[in-house]
Design a binder for this molecule. Structure first.
Ligand code: PLP
Length: 406
Protein backbone atom coordinates (compact mmCIF):
# COMPACT_ATOMS: atom_id res chain seq x y z
CA UNK A 1 0.00 0.00 0.00
CA UNK A 2 1.33 3.47 -0.95
CA UNK A 3 1.09 5.80 2.02
CA UNK A 4 0.67 9.50 1.45
CA UNK A 5 2.91 11.76 3.53
CA UNK A 6 1.11 14.16 5.86
CA UNK A 7 2.24 17.10 3.75
CA UNK A 8 0.38 15.57 0.79
CA UNK A 9 -2.77 15.59 2.89
CA UNK A 10 -2.90 19.32 3.52
CA UNK A 11 -5.15 21.75 1.71
CA UNK A 12 -3.50 22.41 -1.71
CA UNK A 13 -4.25 26.13 -1.40
CA UNK A 14 -2.03 26.19 1.68
CA UNK A 15 0.66 24.16 -0.02
CA UNK A 16 0.76 26.62 -2.94
CA UNK A 17 0.79 29.66 -0.72
CA UNK A 18 4.15 31.44 -0.97
CA UNK A 19 5.86 32.21 2.34
CA UNK A 20 6.55 35.90 2.95
CA UNK A 21 9.75 36.98 1.18
CA UNK A 22 10.08 39.83 3.68
CA UNK A 23 10.21 37.26 6.46
CA UNK A 24 12.63 35.15 4.46
CA UNK A 25 15.13 38.01 4.29
CA UNK A 26 14.47 39.28 7.83
CA UNK A 27 14.51 35.90 9.59
CA UNK A 28 18.06 35.24 8.43
CA UNK A 29 19.37 38.40 10.10
CA UNK A 30 16.85 39.27 12.82
CA UNK A 31 18.39 40.10 16.18
CA UNK A 32 21.83 40.84 14.72
CA UNK A 33 23.09 43.97 16.48
CA UNK A 34 25.12 45.03 13.43
CA UNK A 35 22.03 45.20 11.19
CA UNK A 36 19.87 48.32 10.86
CA UNK A 37 16.43 46.92 10.12
CA UNK A 38 13.92 48.80 7.96
CA UNK A 39 12.22 45.69 6.55
CA UNK A 40 8.95 45.69 8.52
CA UNK A 41 6.26 48.37 8.48
CA UNK A 42 6.41 49.29 12.14
CA UNK A 43 6.56 52.59 14.00
CA UNK A 44 9.76 53.00 16.02
CA UNK A 45 8.00 54.29 19.17
CA UNK A 46 6.12 52.03 21.54
CA UNK A 47 2.41 52.58 22.22
CA UNK A 48 1.41 55.84 24.01
CA UNK A 49 1.19 55.36 27.77
CA UNK A 50 -2.55 56.17 28.26
CA UNK A 51 -3.36 53.31 25.89
CA UNK A 52 -1.16 50.89 27.84
CA UNK A 53 -2.69 52.12 31.12
CA UNK A 54 -6.21 51.37 29.92
CA UNK A 55 -5.22 47.76 29.14
CA UNK A 56 -3.51 47.34 32.53
CA UNK A 57 -6.58 48.69 34.33
CA UNK A 58 -8.87 46.41 32.37
CA UNK A 59 -6.83 43.33 33.27
CA UNK A 60 -6.68 44.43 36.92
CA UNK A 61 -10.45 44.85 36.88
CA UNK A 62 -10.77 41.23 35.80
CA UNK A 63 -11.80 41.83 32.18
CA UNK A 64 -10.32 38.57 31.00
CA UNK A 65 -13.43 37.08 29.38
CA UNK A 66 -14.88 36.84 25.85
CA UNK A 67 -16.67 39.85 24.39
CA UNK A 68 -19.33 40.05 21.68
CA UNK A 69 -18.06 38.74 18.32
CA UNK A 70 -18.33 42.19 16.75
CA UNK A 71 -16.65 43.92 19.67
CA UNK A 72 -17.68 45.99 22.68
CA UNK A 73 -20.68 48.17 21.73
CA UNK A 74 -18.90 51.28 23.04
CA UNK A 75 -15.86 50.60 20.83
CA UNK A 76 -18.03 50.07 17.75
CA UNK A 77 -19.86 53.30 18.57
CA UNK A 78 -16.55 55.13 19.18
CA UNK A 79 -15.18 53.94 15.84
CA UNK A 80 -18.34 55.06 14.03
CA UNK A 81 -18.08 58.53 15.62
CA UNK A 82 -14.38 58.76 14.73
CA UNK A 83 -14.95 57.64 11.13
CA UNK A 84 -17.63 60.29 10.71
CA UNK A 85 -15.13 62.94 11.85
CA UNK A 86 -12.45 61.55 9.52
CA UNK A 87 -14.90 61.58 6.60
CA UNK A 88 -17.20 64.54 7.34
CA UNK A 89 -18.42 64.80 3.75
CA UNK A 90 -19.19 61.09 3.39
CA UNK A 91 -22.22 60.27 1.26
CA UNK A 92 -23.88 58.65 4.27
CA UNK A 93 -23.10 58.60 7.98
CA UNK A 94 -21.40 55.46 9.26
CA UNK A 95 -23.42 53.73 11.94
CA UNK A 96 -22.05 51.45 14.68
CA UNK A 97 -24.08 48.48 13.42
CA UNK A 98 -21.88 48.43 10.29
CA UNK A 99 -18.62 48.39 12.30
CA UNK A 100 -16.97 45.11 13.32
CA UNK A 101 -13.98 45.06 15.64
CA UNK A 102 -11.33 42.60 14.45
CA UNK A 103 -8.10 41.13 15.74
CA UNK A 104 -6.09 43.65 13.71
CA UNK A 105 -5.95 44.30 10.01
CA UNK A 106 -4.84 40.85 8.88
CA UNK A 107 -7.70 39.08 10.60
CA UNK A 108 -10.17 41.69 9.30
CA UNK A 109 -8.89 41.10 5.78
CA UNK A 110 -9.33 37.36 6.15
CA UNK A 111 -12.88 37.81 7.47
CA UNK A 112 -13.65 40.16 4.56
CA UNK A 113 -12.24 37.65 2.08
CA UNK A 114 -14.29 34.85 3.64
CA UNK A 115 -17.39 37.01 3.33
CA UNK A 116 -16.84 37.67 -0.38
CA UNK A 117 -14.87 34.85 -1.95
CA UNK A 118 -15.64 31.31 -3.08
CA UNK A 119 -13.19 28.89 -4.75
CA UNK A 120 -12.61 29.72 -8.42
CA UNK A 121 -13.54 33.40 -8.12
CA UNK A 122 -11.51 35.97 -10.02
CA UNK A 123 -10.26 38.91 -7.96
CA UNK A 124 -8.65 42.06 -9.34
CA UNK A 125 -5.89 43.66 -7.30
CA UNK A 126 -4.02 46.90 -7.75
CA UNK A 127 -0.33 46.03 -7.49
CA UNK A 128 2.30 46.25 -6.16
CA UNK A 129 0.63 45.54 -2.85
CA UNK A 130 1.31 44.13 0.60
CA UNK A 131 1.32 40.35 0.04
CA UNK A 132 -0.98 39.36 2.92
CA UNK A 133 -3.87 41.14 1.24
CA UNK A 134 -3.72 38.77 -1.71
CA UNK A 135 -2.72 35.63 0.15
CA UNK A 136 -5.94 35.53 2.16
CA UNK A 137 -7.87 35.64 -1.13
CA UNK A 138 -5.65 32.92 -2.68
CA UNK A 139 -6.04 30.76 0.39
CA UNK A 140 -9.78 30.70 -0.31
CA UNK A 141 -9.17 29.42 -3.82
CA UNK A 142 -9.56 32.63 -5.84
CA UNK A 143 -7.38 33.63 -8.79
CA UNK A 144 -5.73 37.04 -8.59
CA UNK A 145 -5.69 39.24 -11.67
CA UNK A 146 -3.11 41.98 -11.04
CA UNK A 147 -3.64 45.50 -12.36
CA UNK A 148 -0.37 47.37 -12.18
CA UNK A 149 0.02 50.92 -10.90
CA UNK A 150 2.12 52.94 -13.32
CA UNK A 151 4.82 55.59 -13.05
CA UNK A 152 3.89 58.88 -14.69
CA UNK A 153 6.70 59.85 -17.11
CA UNK A 154 6.51 63.57 -16.50
CA UNK A 155 5.99 63.66 -12.71
CA UNK A 156 7.81 60.40 -11.89
CA UNK A 157 4.99 59.67 -9.42
CA UNK A 158 3.00 56.48 -8.99
CA UNK A 159 -0.30 56.75 -10.78
CA UNK A 160 -3.45 54.77 -11.53
CA UNK A 161 -4.70 53.98 -15.00
CA UNK A 162 -8.34 54.54 -14.06
CA UNK A 163 -9.76 53.62 -17.48
CA UNK A 164 -8.01 50.25 -17.26
CA UNK A 165 -9.51 49.60 -13.82
CA UNK A 166 -13.03 50.56 -14.91
CA UNK A 167 -12.72 48.35 -18.02
CA UNK A 168 -11.60 45.45 -15.87
CA UNK A 169 -14.55 45.97 -13.52
CA UNK A 170 -16.90 45.78 -16.51
CA UNK A 171 -15.70 42.18 -16.99
CA UNK A 172 -17.40 41.49 -13.63
CA UNK A 173 -14.75 39.90 -11.46
CA UNK A 174 -15.90 38.91 -7.97
CA UNK A 175 -13.95 41.65 -6.23
CA UNK A 176 -11.41 44.42 -6.53
CA UNK A 177 -8.80 44.83 -3.82
CA UNK A 178 -7.25 48.27 -3.31
CA UNK A 179 -4.78 49.50 -0.75
CA UNK A 180 -4.34 53.26 -0.56
CA UNK A 181 -2.21 54.81 0.92
CA UNK A 182 -0.29 51.93 -0.52
CA UNK A 183 2.18 49.54 0.98
CA UNK A 184 4.80 49.39 -0.59
CA UNK A 185 4.73 52.33 -3.05
CA UNK A 186 3.17 55.06 -0.86
CA UNK A 187 0.72 55.84 -3.70
CA UNK A 188 -2.46 57.64 -2.60
CA UNK A 189 -5.60 57.34 -4.69
CA UNK A 190 -7.20 60.62 -5.86
CA UNK A 191 -10.75 61.40 -4.64
CA UNK A 192 -12.21 61.26 -8.17
CA UNK A 193 -10.53 57.88 -8.80
CA UNK A 194 -11.96 56.37 -5.62
CA UNK A 195 -15.41 57.80 -6.44
CA UNK A 196 -15.32 56.35 -9.96
CA UNK A 197 -14.27 52.93 -8.67
CA UNK A 198 -17.00 52.85 -6.00
CA UNK A 199 -19.53 53.84 -8.66
CA UNK A 200 -18.34 51.12 -11.07
CA UNK A 201 -18.41 48.49 -8.30
CA UNK A 202 -21.99 49.54 -7.53
CA UNK A 203 -22.96 49.35 -11.23
CA UNK A 204 -21.30 46.02 -12.01
CA UNK A 205 -22.07 44.44 -8.60
CA UNK A 206 -18.39 43.80 -7.85
CA UNK A 207 -17.11 43.77 -4.28
CA UNK A 208 -14.63 46.50 -3.40
CA UNK A 209 -12.29 45.67 -0.54
CA UNK A 210 -10.51 48.89 0.38
CA UNK A 211 -7.62 48.45 2.81
CA UNK A 212 -7.22 51.83 4.47
CA UNK A 213 -4.66 50.91 7.13
CA UNK A 214 -2.60 54.06 6.41
CA UNK A 215 -5.47 56.49 5.87
CA UNK A 216 -4.13 59.02 8.40
CA UNK A 217 -0.59 58.88 7.01
CA UNK A 218 -0.61 61.26 4.08
CA UNK A 219 1.97 63.92 3.28
CA UNK A 220 2.78 66.78 0.97
CA UNK A 221 -0.04 67.83 -1.36
CA UNK A 222 -2.18 64.84 -0.32
CA UNK A 223 -2.12 66.08 3.31
CA UNK A 224 -2.96 69.64 2.38
CA UNK A 225 -5.81 68.94 0.00
CA UNK A 226 -7.66 66.45 2.16
CA UNK A 227 -9.71 67.27 5.23
CA UNK A 228 -7.55 66.86 8.36
CA UNK A 229 -4.90 64.90 6.44
CA UNK A 230 -7.07 61.90 5.71
CA UNK A 231 -6.60 59.94 2.49
CA UNK A 232 -9.54 59.56 0.11
CA UNK A 233 -11.67 56.68 1.33
CA UNK A 234 -14.26 54.38 -0.19
CA UNK A 235 -16.47 55.63 2.66
CA UNK A 236 -16.51 59.10 1.09
CA UNK A 237 -18.94 58.07 -1.64
CA UNK A 238 -20.19 54.55 -0.81
CA UNK A 239 -23.84 54.13 0.17
CA UNK A 240 -24.64 51.69 3.00
CA UNK A 241 -26.01 49.17 0.48
CA UNK A 242 -23.02 49.24 -1.86
CA UNK A 243 -20.79 46.13 -2.12
CA UNK A 244 -17.97 47.94 -0.32
CA UNK A 245 -15.91 46.78 2.65
CA UNK A 246 -13.34 49.03 4.31
CA UNK A 247 -10.67 47.47 6.47
CA UNK A 248 -8.41 49.29 8.91
CA UNK A 249 -6.26 48.87 11.99
CA UNK A 250 -4.99 50.51 15.16
CA UNK A 251 -1.49 49.24 14.36
CA UNK A 252 0.02 52.15 12.51
CA UNK A 253 -2.01 55.23 13.52
CA UNK A 254 -1.55 54.63 17.26
CA UNK A 255 1.70 52.62 17.20
CA UNK A 256 -0.10 49.44 18.27
CA UNK A 257 1.25 46.74 15.94
CA UNK A 258 1.64 44.17 18.71
CA UNK A 259 -1.84 44.63 20.16
CA UNK A 260 -3.72 43.12 17.21
CA UNK A 261 -6.75 45.38 16.96
CA UNK A 262 -8.57 46.59 13.86
CA UNK A 263 -11.98 47.06 12.33
CA UNK A 264 -14.14 46.55 9.26
CA UNK A 265 -16.96 48.71 7.93
CA UNK A 266 -19.37 46.45 6.07
CA UNK A 267 -22.59 47.07 4.10
CA UNK A 268 -25.93 47.38 5.86
CA UNK A 269 -27.40 44.14 7.09
CA UNK A 270 -24.21 42.01 6.88
CA UNK A 271 -22.98 42.31 10.46
CA UNK A 272 -24.57 39.02 11.49
CA UNK A 273 -22.64 37.22 8.73
CA UNK A 274 -19.44 38.94 9.84
CA UNK A 275 -20.13 37.95 13.46
CA UNK A 276 -20.28 34.27 12.39
CA UNK A 277 -16.93 34.56 10.65
CA UNK A 278 -15.29 36.34 13.59
CA UNK A 279 -16.62 33.56 15.84
CA UNK A 280 -14.81 30.90 13.80
CA UNK A 281 -11.61 32.91 13.32
CA UNK A 282 -10.86 34.52 16.68
CA UNK A 283 -14.28 34.70 18.44
CA UNK A 284 -13.48 38.27 19.51
CA UNK A 285 -10.62 40.65 20.19
CA UNK A 286 -9.49 40.48 23.85
CA UNK A 287 -11.49 42.88 26.01
CA UNK A 288 -8.42 44.57 27.53
CA UNK A 289 -7.11 45.22 24.02
CA UNK A 290 -10.46 46.71 23.06
CA UNK A 291 -10.23 48.96 26.17
CA UNK A 292 -6.82 50.05 24.90
CA UNK A 293 -8.49 50.84 21.58
CA UNK A 294 -11.10 52.97 23.35
CA UNK A 295 -8.31 54.85 25.13
CA UNK A 296 -6.63 55.44 21.75
CA UNK A 297 -9.83 56.98 20.37
CA UNK A 298 -10.17 59.14 23.50
CA UNK A 299 -6.78 60.73 22.77
CA UNK A 300 -8.37 62.56 19.83
CA UNK A 301 -6.58 63.86 16.80
CA UNK A 302 -3.51 65.57 18.36
CA UNK A 303 -1.25 62.47 18.76
CA UNK A 304 -2.25 61.24 15.30
CA UNK A 305 -1.26 64.55 13.76
CA UNK A 306 1.98 64.61 15.78
CA UNK A 307 2.88 61.12 14.53
CA UNK A 308 2.02 62.08 10.96
CA UNK A 309 4.18 65.23 11.22
CA UNK A 310 7.11 63.19 12.61
CA UNK A 311 6.79 60.73 9.76
CA UNK A 312 6.65 63.56 7.23
CA UNK A 313 10.00 64.85 8.49
CA UNK A 314 11.53 61.39 8.39
CA UNK A 315 10.16 60.79 4.92
CA UNK A 316 11.86 63.98 3.74
CA UNK A 317 15.19 62.81 5.17
CA UNK A 318 14.95 59.46 3.41
CA UNK A 319 13.55 60.70 0.10
CA UNK A 320 16.06 63.52 -0.24
CA UNK A 321 18.87 61.11 0.66
CA UNK A 322 17.72 58.64 -1.97
CA UNK A 323 17.21 61.42 -4.54
CA UNK A 324 20.87 62.40 -4.07
CA UNK A 325 22.02 58.91 -5.12
CA UNK A 326 22.28 58.74 -8.89
CA UNK A 327 22.19 54.93 -8.85
CA UNK A 328 18.73 54.87 -7.20
CA UNK A 329 15.33 55.58 -8.77
CA UNK A 330 12.57 56.34 -6.26
CA UNK A 331 9.21 57.52 -7.71
CA UNK A 332 7.42 60.04 -5.49
CA UNK A 333 4.32 59.15 -3.53
CA UNK A 334 2.42 60.86 -0.77
CA UNK A 335 1.41 58.30 1.84
CA UNK A 336 2.01 55.33 4.15
CA UNK A 337 5.52 54.93 5.61
CA UNK A 338 7.68 53.52 2.83
CA UNK A 339 10.10 54.49 0.11
CA UNK A 340 9.91 52.01 -2.75
CA UNK A 341 12.87 52.26 -5.08
CA UNK A 342 14.73 50.58 -7.87
CA UNK A 343 18.45 50.16 -8.31
CA UNK A 344 18.81 49.97 -12.09
CA UNK A 345 21.15 47.16 -13.05
CA UNK A 346 20.00 44.98 -10.16
CA UNK A 347 17.17 42.71 -11.27
CA UNK A 348 17.29 40.21 -8.41
CA UNK A 349 16.06 42.10 -5.35
CA UNK A 350 16.35 39.06 -3.09
CA UNK A 351 20.08 38.77 -3.62
CA UNK A 352 20.41 42.57 -3.47
CA UNK A 353 18.57 42.63 -0.10
CA UNK A 354 20.74 39.80 1.20
CA UNK A 355 23.88 41.46 -0.19
CA UNK A 356 23.10 44.72 1.63
CA UNK A 357 22.69 42.82 4.90
CA UNK A 358 25.94 40.94 4.43
CA UNK A 359 28.09 43.84 3.23
CA UNK A 360 26.85 46.82 5.25
CA UNK A 361 24.22 45.54 7.71
CA UNK A 362 21.27 47.26 6.01
CA UNK A 363 17.93 45.43 6.28
CA UNK A 364 15.41 46.25 3.54
CA UNK A 365 12.42 44.34 2.16
CA UNK A 366 12.74 42.80 -1.33
CA UNK A 367 10.33 44.26 -3.90
CA UNK A 368 9.43 40.80 -5.23
CA UNK A 369 7.42 40.30 -2.03
CA UNK A 370 4.88 42.78 -3.43
CA UNK A 371 4.34 41.26 -6.86
CA UNK A 372 6.03 40.13 -10.05
CA UNK A 373 6.34 43.64 -11.45
CA UNK A 374 8.67 44.77 -8.64
CA UNK A 375 11.39 42.15 -8.87
CA UNK A 376 14.22 44.70 -9.01
CA UNK A 377 12.87 46.92 -6.23
CA UNK A 378 13.46 47.43 -2.51
CA UNK A 379 11.14 48.78 0.20
CA UNK A 380 12.40 50.92 3.07
CA UNK A 381 10.14 51.75 6.05
CA UNK A 382 10.99 55.28 7.21
CA UNK A 383 9.15 55.22 10.55
CA UNK A 384 12.49 55.60 12.35
CA UNK A 385 14.34 58.61 13.81
CA UNK A 386 16.25 60.70 11.27
CA UNK A 387 19.68 59.78 12.68
CA UNK A 388 18.98 56.09 12.06
CA UNK A 389 17.71 56.85 8.55
CA UNK A 390 20.89 58.84 7.84
CA UNK A 391 23.03 55.96 9.06
CA UNK A 392 21.04 53.67 6.75
CA UNK A 393 21.50 56.00 3.79
CA UNK A 394 25.27 55.96 4.32
CA UNK A 395 25.20 52.18 4.42
CA UNK A 396 23.16 52.00 1.22
CA UNK A 397 25.63 54.25 -0.59
CA UNK A 398 28.54 52.12 0.60
CA UNK A 399 26.75 48.83 -0.01
CA UNK A 400 25.84 49.68 -3.59
CA UNK A 401 29.44 50.69 -4.24
CA UNK A 402 30.73 47.41 -2.81
CA UNK A 403 28.15 45.26 -4.55
CA UNK A 404 28.91 46.88 -7.89
CA UNK A 405 32.60 46.34 -7.38
CA UNK A 406 32.16 42.72 -6.32
C1 PLP B 1 -1.65 47.55 3.75
C2 PLP B 1 -1.74 46.90 5.08
N1 PLP B 1 -2.92 46.49 5.52
C3 PLP B 1 -3.06 45.90 6.70
C4 PLP B 1 -1.98 45.70 7.51
C5 PLP B 1 -2.28 44.96 8.76
O1 PLP B 1 -1.71 45.37 9.88
P1 PLP B 1 -2.18 44.69 11.24
O2 PLP B 1 -2.49 43.28 10.99
O3 PLP B 1 -1.03 44.91 12.15
O4 PLP B 1 -3.38 45.47 11.65
C6 PLP B 1 -0.71 46.09 7.09
C7 PLP B 1 0.49 45.82 7.90
O5 PLP B 1 1.60 46.04 7.53
C8 PLP B 1 -0.59 46.72 5.84
O6 PLP B 1 0.59 47.14 5.38
Amino acid sequence: MVTMSVSQLINPHVKHLAASLIREVADAAMGRSDVLAFWFGEPHESTPEPICDAARQSISAGETFYSQNLGLPELREGLAVMLNTWHPDAASRITADRVAVTSAGVSGLMVAAQLMIAPGDRVLALTPVWPNLLQSVRLLGAQIQPLALEIDRSTQAWTLNLAKVIDALASRPKALVINSPNNPTGWVIAPHEMAAIVEACRRYRVWLLSDEAYTKLVFGPAARTNQGATAPSALDTAQPDDPVIVSSTFSKTWQMTGWRLGWLVVPNGLSDEVAKLVEFNTSCAPVFVQRAGLAALALGSAPIEAFRARLEQRREVLLSGLAAMPQVHCPRADGAMYAFFQVPGHTDCLSLARGLIDTVGLGLAPGAAFGEQSRGWLRWCYAKPSSILEDGLGRLQQGLRQLRAA
